[in-house]
Ligand binder design. Structure first.
Ligand code: NAD
Length: 508
């Protein structure tokens, strides 16, 4: 892959330091070095946003909002439609950059860009459907209804593992709702963000729209500025529970709103009535896909005792066939972790598991040699554990899969729910009663609950997010748009008297 050619196609040059209000680029803060976990090579340096520059970006965004909120929503949708078209044109090169900078497979990189296109399409339709309800007033000659207004500047703070899609899930909806967006991407994938900013800036420019409708700022310190900034009514944060807890408490203190998309600890229940061949595909892809670095990655398998040994053997055989290497080579199943810090976390989780009593049936290790020169490639591993082990209760962002045995469905559901996180969950069963119990109010406590599908990945049409320490936010489809708007209840008196609510008399 010729990375320089890809950067050129995406308009990334030395003049794009990493901070932008539309087409205006600047950045005089410290430098972030982007290097690829695929081969360890330095790709480019990105200069971060200084505090003074942050102020400039905020002022430009505030001005842009004064304009953008008055553009009719379907016209805003037309701009998002053009963003989708621009993404279609750049899909191949943007997908390749995602794959090279983040380390996911090329197919997953392209899939991420496809999700961006899909959410733009979804948002275009939605721009004509920002419906409010009409209610019957209890007073004669009165009409009551609600409408939805934009919030203002939406701060988007995103994680490294979906370096482009998370921005678009937020931006496409926020924009059609009449907000302007300020994006702070992960410092581990800054170039993907620069590429997206180029794409949207071109669309804004072609429509003669204010630059501040979509801005990009870089560097960890500016994340803190967003949290504390009263001019940003909504902060949509995607990342770890640890940082999310901090972000949410700071934003709440100033009565700002948050959408929190935090860590998961996702399990698949494998019933004795499951299609085991189908279950193996769901379990292995869920556990090792993106090297276990999806928020929806499968971390735990809760397996019925009658099929436990059989399923375990199938898993071990499947793991023996996994090819680990360059994710741009489509023959490989597993790519690298994001960096060597992530490798250290993987190793220390394995050690911690062992001290707690985990029995590894497929051992983990770090891979060496020329094909794995970045030092970020690790072997997916499997351990038999108890659900209550501390390490099992945590999200380790790496391909470590835990096996737990169960006897009854009630016990399986209890185990599945007995973790602090509540993002994605699944049951593999051909028994309708089991499936329905799992989906009922007595079943999974997660934001996503699937039957005969693994935990990993989701379609943009549904509301995406999870409960408990996953943060409670919802993004993307269904009515997730409402989080990007403020609801206003309107009552109009078209009569000739002024009756008070609740029948109150106030004569004088
Ligand atoms: P992270 O928490 O380390 O970083 C997330 C973002 O927060 C980055 O942009 C980072 O620069 C920024 N940040 C760091 N400190 C900050 C602060 N004090 N204030 C504001 N921003 C700050 O997460 P990560 O390692 O990039 O991503 C992995 C995590 O993200 C996993 O826990 C994963 O489950 C989670 N994730 C969740 C979802 C979801 O939808 N639930 C999706 C993707 C990733």
């Amino acid at each position: 892959m010729d990375i320089n050619n890809i950067l050129t196609q995406l308009g990334i040059t030395e003049n794009n330091p990493g901070t932008s209000t539309g087409t205006a680029w600047f950045g005089s803060g410290s430098t972030i070095c982007s290097s690829s976990p695929v081969d360890g090579k330095h790709i480019a340096s990105v200069q971060t946003t200084s505090t003074e520059e942050y102020e400039k970006v905020l002022q430009t965004a505030e001005q842009a909002f004064q304009f953008w909120r008055n553009v009719p929503a379907p016209k805003r949708g037309e701009v998002v439609r053009q963003l989708g078209e621009a993404l279609r044109e750049k899909k191949e090169c943007l997908g390749a950059l995602v794959s090279y900078e983040m380390g996911k497979s090329l197919q997953e990189g392209l899939g991420e860009v496809q999700e961006m296109i899909d959410i733009c399409d979804f948002a275009v339709g939605l721009s004509r459907q920002l419906y409010g309800l009409t209610m019957h007033s209890e007073r004669p000659g009165h009409r009551m209804y609600e409408q939805w207004h934009p919030l203002g500047i939406v701060g988007i703070i995103s994680a490294f593992n979906f370096p482009v899609a998370v921005w678009s899930w937020n931006a496409a909806l926020a924009l059609i709702c009449g907000n302007v967006c300020l994006w702070k991407p992960s410092s581990k994938t800054p170039l993907c963000a620069v590429a997206c900013q180029h794409i949207i800036a071109e669309v804004l420019k072609a429509n003669n729209l204010p630059e501040g409708i979509s801005s990009l700022i870089s560097g960890n310190p500016v994340g803190n500025l967003i949290n504390n900034d009263k001019r940003i009514p909504l902060v949509s944060f995607t990342g770890s529970t640890r940082i999310g807890r901090e972000v949410s408490s700071v934003v709440a203190r100033r009565f700002g709103k948050t959408i929190l998309e935090l860590g998961g600890n996702n399990a698949i229940i494998i019933s004795k009535e499951a299609d085991l061949d189908m279950s193996i595909i769901g379990a292995v892809f869920g556990a090792v896909g993106t090297a276990g670095q999806r928020c929806t990655s499968t971390r735990r398998l809760i397996i019925h005792e009658d099929v436990y040994d059989n399923f375990k053997d199938k898993l071990v055989k499947a793991y023996a066939q996994l090819r680990i290497g360059n994710p741009l080579d489509q023959r490989n199943h597993v790519g690298p972790l994001i960096d060597t810090m992530a490798v250290d976390m993987y190793l220390s989780a394995i050690e911690k598991g062992k001290t707690e009593g985990a029995r590894f049936i497929v051992d983990g290790s770090v891979l060496n040699g020329s094909e794995h020169a970045s030092g970020c490639y690790v072997k997916p591993c499997i351990a038999e554990v108890e659900n209550h082990f501390e390490i099992v209760q945590e999200e380790t962002f790496a391909p470590i899969l835990y096996l737990i045995k169960y006897k009854t469905l009630d016990e399986a559901v209890q185990l599945q729910n007995a973790v602090p996180q509540g993002l994605s969950s699944a049951i593999m069963t051909l028994n309708m009663r089991e499936a329905e119990q799992f989906l009922s109010a007595n079943g999974s406590d997660c934001g996503i609950a699937n039957v005969n599908i693994g935990t990993s990945g989701a379609e943009i049409g549904g509301a995406f997010g999870g409960e408990k320490e996953t943060g409670g936010g919802r993004e993307s489809g269904s009515d997730a748009w409402k989080a990007y708007m403020r609801r206003q209840t309107n009552t109009i008196n078209y009569g000739t008297t002024l009756p008070l609510a609740q029948g109150i008399k106030f004569d004088f």
